[in-house]
Design a protein around this ligand. Sequence first.
Ligand SMILES: Cc1cc2nc3c(=O)[nH]c(=O)nc-3n(C[C@H](O)[C@H](O)[C@H](O)COP(=O)(O)O)c2cc1C
Length: 376
Amino acid sequence: MLSKQNLSAPLFETFTLGNMTLSNRIVMAPMTRNQSPGGVPTEDVAAYYKSRAVGGVGLIITEGTYIDHLGANGYPGVPAFYGEQALAGWKRVVEEVHAAGGKIAPQLWHVGRERRPGVEPDTSVPGFGPMSIVEDGVEVVRAMSEDDMHEVAASFARAASDAKRIGFDGIELHGAHGYLIDQFLWAESNQRTDTFGGSAENRLRFPRMIVSAVREAVGPEFPIMFRFSQWKLSDYDAMIAETPDALGEILKPLADDGVDIFHASTRRVWEPGFEGSDKTLATWTRELTGKPVIAVGSVGLDKTFRTGHFTRTEDPTSKSRVNVEELAMWRARDDFDLIAIGRALLSDPQWANKVRDGRLDELSDFDSSALDILVR
Ligand SMILES: Cc1cc2nc3c(=O)[nH]c(=O)nc-3n(C[C@H](O)[C@H](O)[C@H](O)COP(=O)(O)O)c2cc1C
């Protein structure tokens, strides 16, 4: 009979993407911590990521970190990805993770229309989105001009090039959950009448501009990941593509422009991506693009979660039914290439090592109080 350790073996095969080789298939999902005062990642941030590398995670994707565009940030305490101090903080994070044998990529973030005046770093700056938003007679989000789009694409490219320079192993573009890139992709948040709105092809134009600029900045071998979702924080049912074909029309051009791997963000990894087939969003993504894929969603948890803004409220109606053996089987039949783990890794930094060694009875259960402190 196979031991539990052998059963998890498909999750512990190496994986190569461009010039990055991972020791296994376990990825730490990006999770915002709001614990970088003034946008600078502290030693605590380095220790937090290091402990997951020590715990055996193959690749860490950092919390969203905002690029050097005035309107990129939406929340207090989020780390910046520009400026001497913030980049020095990030370099220390990279060094600690590498010293522990891990790999790490920053998640580059622009929140788009989610920003409101009053938020750091410059509180006078409004949000920037596909369309203007006026609240109580005040324009709180400005409709981006074509010049704004070029600036933001250049800013993503600078961040990617800085990531490479300070030793990161790749980058992830945050194209999910209702933030800037996703706002352009979604028909409802992008009703522009110029060449950046309207048809699916037009809505894709700005995201393509970003991917092309980033690829040009980092060269051919540096891995670019692209996270997308069929849900938003404000609306769990908001889809950027109603059919697999429509999804292919979004993802294939992005792959042509330089995306190496897609990160299909779902809340429950086992659910079908579209009606009429059991295939998950990750499996569809792999099939439609021919690119590898990162799957994610409620692995290793007793319960799934309700967000709001990733609130601490667990969803009483659903239980995660993913166990390690199932996960390894899906990996073995190529349903996904990498699996991202979010909250289970907050509660248990040693999650990957315990799974590798078959010490499943030692896994710490996720407890929503972990979100209150985002524990080490
Ligand atoms: C506290 C918290 C913060 C998050 N922040 C981000 C983020 O910055 N960027 C992102 O793409 N997803 C973010 N997410 C979503 C996670 O990356 C992940 O997709 C989600 O938690 C589902 O995975 P899990 O069920 O394994 O936790 C966050 C989730 C949580 C719980």
